[in-house]
Design a protein around this ligand. Structure first.
Ligand code: CO
Length: 213
């Protein structure tokens, strides 16, 4: 059988199984979604948000891109963020990186990847910020993994620089921001950073004055 056809068969089996356990399952999900979490993760096929957090459809609003970046000119990310924060009113935003990230490894290298260079450039800027700490590590894998961690921390910072997050913090004291890193080799998440909903946590350079909101 064509592997592609297998996906459709598996879909039928999954739907049937869900209905057998709960005949109202899809009716309920179709009615509304009220996820408490926004997940910003890597596109890597080995880091599926729902599976690794044991959550079901309807529980996590998901945005994924190469190396879980929060790029302030990315209309896709910003639209997802605004919808999640202002309409769904998520209580937590999770930025989840993962050790052994190919996007981070590519950004550390000096290879020319064509169009992707433009995306990797954002990661290179993070590398530059932490160059001393990263370059002090000799082992190539450890070096990548250290930049994976720094990158998650910086993407959390990039989230709180947005007026979307700052406005929500002022108006409803949420959401909290969490920086995680996932281990491909053991399936475990390590928490790197938690940022509470307080504008004092935003560097004043990036802080919008209260009367704006
Ligand atoms: Co990755």
């Amino acid at each position: 059988m064509n592997p592609y056809e297998k996906l459709l068969l598996q879909n039928k089996a999954w739907s049937k199984e869900k209905l057998e356990l709960d005949h109202d399952y899809f009716n309920r999900l179709a009615h509304q979604q009220k996820p408490k979490f926004l997940w910003i993760g890597c596109s890597d096929s080995r880091v599926p948000a729902n599976e690794i957090t044991g959550t079901d459809p309807g529980e996590v609003f998901v945005h994924r891109n190469i190396a879980n970046m929060v790029v302030h000119t990315d209309l896709n990310l910003l639209s997802v963020l605004q919808y999640a924060v202002e309409v769904l009113k998520v209580e937590h935003i999770i930025v989840c990186g993962h050790y052994g990230c190919g996007g981070i490894e590519a950004a550390i290298s000096q290879k020319d990847f064509g169009l992707i260079n433009k995306w990797l450039r954002n990661i290179k800027e993070v590398y530059k910020m932490y160059q001393k700490e990263v370059d002090a590590i000799e082992n190539h894998t450890d070096k990548i993994n250290k930049l994976v961690e720094f990158n998650v921390i910086e993407q959390c910072q990039d989230l709180i620089k947005t007026s979307i997050v700052q406005k929500a913090w002022k108006n409803r004291k949420g959401p909290e921001i969490h920086g995680w890193v996932y281990g491909l080799n053991n399936g475990l998440v390590t928490e790197l950073v938690n940022i509470e909903a307080n504008v004092e946590n935003v560097n004043p350079i990036f802080r919008y004055s209260d009367d704006q909101f």
